[in-house]
Structure formats: C-alpha cells, structure tokens
Design a protein around this ligand. Sequence first.
Ligand code: ADP
Ligand code: MG
Length: 568
Amino acid sequence: MWIFRFSSNLKNFFRLLSIIRIIVGHYLANWFTTGPLRVIFDPRGKNRKTRSERLRLIIEDLGPTFIKFGQIVADRPDIASEGLRTELKKLQSSARPMPDDIAIQIIENEIGADIDTIFSEFNPHHIASASIAQVYLATLQTGEKVVLKVQRPNIRNKIRLDIKLLQIFARKIQAQYPEISNFNLIRFIEDFGDIMLKELDFMNELSNMMRFTHMFKGDDRVYIPKVYSKYSTSKLLVMEFIEGEAPDNLANLITKGYDAKIIAENGVNVILSMILRHGFFHADPHSGNLFIRGDNQLVMIDFGMCASLKPKQIDGLIDFLIGFSDGNPHKIAKALLKLTEVDNLRDMESLEFEIKELTQKYTYFDYDNVDISGLFTDTFKLLMKYGITIPSSLYMLLKTLVTIQKVAESLQVKLDLIAMVKPYAKEKIKERFGWKNIKSKLVSSAEDYLYLIETLPKDIKAIVTNFKQDGIKHNIRLGEEGNSIGNNQLRWHIYRLGSIMLLGILLISATLLKVFNVQIVISKDGRPVMKDGEPVMQEIFGNFPDVFFVTVVILCIFAALRMTFRAR
Ligand SMILES: Nc1ncnc2c1ncn2[C@@H]1O[C@H](COP(=O)(O)OP(=O)(O)O)[C@@H](O)[C@H]1O
Ligand SMILES: [Mg+2]
C-alpha cells in the first residue's frame, strides 16, 4: 500500500505518525465535547468548536507548512467556503520560540566568525519569533544598527517532508476523484511548494530587497531597508534596523503628527506602482510588514513572498479595471483573456453577457466603496466556469490588493482604487502607442520578414529539388474533392501570401528608413536633397520616410481588414 511505501523512509514514517497523532488527538478531544460523554466533560458546551475552528486548531498544531498552506487557502475563494476562509485567516503559529543560544550558534556558523568579532553589541534575546525565523538586534562594529533574521534549524527538511506528503495526498485525491479535474490539485501543491521553498531561501529575499531598492530609488514615499549581503546567507538575513510606527495604530499615528490620508495613498500607490509599472510586487503587505516614519514614509520588510506579472498581464489588468469603470463588458472580457493568457475562447459572446450581468452588481457602488476582493473573486469564479485556469500569480495579486486595501481601511481612509489606477493606465497606454514601442515591434517583425526572405529561396529550392527527384507524388486535395471551391481557396491563399510578402518588404523598407532617420527633402527643382537642403516642398510632401511609412501602414491596415472580412 502507498502509505507503507512512503513510510519506508524512517523520517517520513515518524512525521506521518506525528500527523496522525495530532489529528486523532483533536478528534478524540472533540468526541468528549460533542459525543455522548459531553454531559460529563462539557455540560455547558464551553469547549465545543465548529468544524472550521477544529480544522484551524489542527493546522496550527501541524506546523509551518500546513499553517502557510492554510493561509494560502484562506485567500482562495475558489477552494474554500467563506466561513472556512474567515477561520483560516486567524491561523497563527503555535511554535515555541527556539532557544536563543541555538540561534546564536546558527548565526556564528552562518557568518563563520564569533559574534563579538562582527558586532559591537548583540542583544541575546530575540525581538520577534515566527514559525520560520527568529529576529535579533545588534550593532555592527561600524556603528550601524542591524536586525538578524535567523532561520530555525532543520526547518527546510521538515517543510520538504511535509510538501512531499501533501504531494502524495494530492495525487491520491486527484486519482480517486477525477471529477474535481477543473481544479488541478497537484499543480496547486506544486505551486505552493515552490512558494514555500523560495521563502525559505533568504538569499531570494535578499535579492528581492535589492530589486525593490533599485525600483524605488529616489522615491521618498517608500523605503526598503539596506541589506548586508556580506553577512547574509540562505539561512541568515542581516539588514538595517528600522524604527517606525505600526501603520494600523491610527491614534498613535495622529498623536505623533502623521497624516493618515497621505500614508494610505502612499501605500496604495507604492503597491500599484509595483504591480502596474514594474510587474513585480510584495505579496504580503500586511501591517506587520510595514512601518511609518519621517515624512509619512512607508518602510516595507519581509520580502520572502513576491510575485510577478508578465507585461501582457499588466496590460490585461489595466484594461480590466478601466473596462470595469467604463462599464464595457467587451473590453473586460478581452482584458481577462489577456490577464489569464488565454488566446481564444469559443464562447466569448456568452462570457461577455455574464460579465455584463456581473458588473451590474457593482455598478450601484461608489467607486470608493468597490469591494475589490468581491469583484475579483466573482470574476475568477466566472472564468473558471469557462474552463479558464487562473494562474497563482493572480491570486497573489488579489491578496496584495485586498491586504493593502485593509491597511488603508484601518487608517479610516476610503480610496477610489479605480481612480488611482488611471494615471498608471495613461502611462501604459502612452507607452503602448509610443513610437519607441511601435519601433521595437516593427523592428522585430522586420527581422521576422528578413528571416523569411532569407530562408524562402532555400525552401523553394528544396521543394523544387524534391519535385525533380521524386516527381509529383503527392496528391494535393483541395476542398472535398479538388472542386472549384478548393481551387478558389488555393488562389486566395496564394494571393494572400503574395500580398503579405509584398507588404512585409515595404514595411521593412519603411521601418529601416524611419529607424535610420533618413531625411530626404524635395528641393525647388524637384531633385531630392539630403538633410541640409532647403525644405521648400516639405509642406506638401512632408518628410519622404514619414509619407512612405504612413502610406505603408495604411496599406497594411487595409489589407488586414480585407483579409479578415474575406476570411469570414
Ligand atoms: N529591518 C527590521 N527592522 C525592525 N524590525 C524588523 C526588521 N525586520 C524584521 N523585524 C521584526 O521582525 C518581525 C518578523 O520579521 P519578518 O521579516 O516579517 O519575518 P516573518 O516572515 O516571520 O514574518 C517583524 O514583524 C518585525 O517586528
Ligand atoms: Mg512578516
């Protein structure tokens, strides 16, 4: 049996036993409070727990892998019910802090030196303890105050073991219940394993911090602590100590003269900039990972969990939000396909119809009241109905937006998220239709055409040689039986291929003229004169490359339209 095969490894076996012990322990305790013996052990029902509550307590006892798993499921409305998600959001680590002397030993091992040689001061009591790491305060010999994030010993192996176990369960469940195939459990566990193992590698967190520092260089709204790569390893992260206020303690912020509105706007803008400008974002910006200091500046920490979006997905996201604010179901549907990287959908019309119905539900809200979580959740559910898989980065995006919206709410500031997206949208649209982008696209298609021109003669030669050697062996069947419809189709395809090639060549020439900025101006006597000549006829002809380029583009558009309509 698979359990025995899995258990052949002693470590796995003991972990499996401990999991079973924890689960059975909870069920027994539950039996005493809900079974026939409840009249003796819990007559007033004080210790009675709901199913969701019991599940949360079991998960807390199962340790960091399962806690993280529960936290991720808590953000997935497609997997868990509202009640269960509310309960899972309460998940907290029940792990006891690791002894400080063990942590100090790990620090010395990782740095490869005694702490006294590196630090002028070292506080031997941790300032924070979580399921994966413990945090210490110290001062470098150079006088800089630093924080040391130390990974718990052997945690990587424990987590790997749990992930392996989850994978085995996932495979079993998927094989046993194939009807849940529209939710890919195996893939979900794989993604989860990747997230978890990445978070365990502090070098990954360090590189994320450097990337964000670079992204926000010169932007005073946000600060990322300096990291000391010299002392950091995959198990130890040494970074600048930050002194600041918690962003969710409004009374304290007001007393200290901070402006809640500016803080909330900064927070949301920084997150939007990460997502929409850079396509790389902090996936857990809750208030425990933020500080406020100085001139309402936001400091972010804990970059273990970050996610990225592809440029096409960013465009899709912007179009989605703008389409929503314009009430344009067609735009929304197209944007969603971009966002989920689906090329084609057969049932586009009915998707658009359902989107229209869905947006009606939100139309009556003010935009500063839009429940962004609800909007995305409903949209994702709808997409799943159409068999579209939602990439896990989009769930992270949803989580990030909801988290930062909650931080803004805790500051009692209502923000119009859609209005805040608009400047980024404008920027993107400008970029999309900017000459730089068009030029790079044209150059890349010119390259494709050049390649085609380069390889075509060879291909033609190969075909001709083939014909010469083997004679015409192949039956070319057109339409059903080589009838006139087929012949027309063949003629149409040849015509289309010819036109595409001709336009391609024209487009390359026009692009090259434009890219190399060749300026031909027609002089008084009608002869073309280069740049320094008198631009007498320029009012009529403009610059030749411009006229040529615009004409070719118009021709291309015309040809594309004609082909599209003919194809229909
Ligand atoms: N640079 C820092 N300056 C001040 N406190 C910090 C810093 N880094 C971490 N901490 C403290 O340690 C806690 C845990 O660190 P964090 O990186 O968030 O780890 P975890 O992944 O366990 O949440 C934080 O909530 C914060 O209180
Ligand atoms: Mg944290």
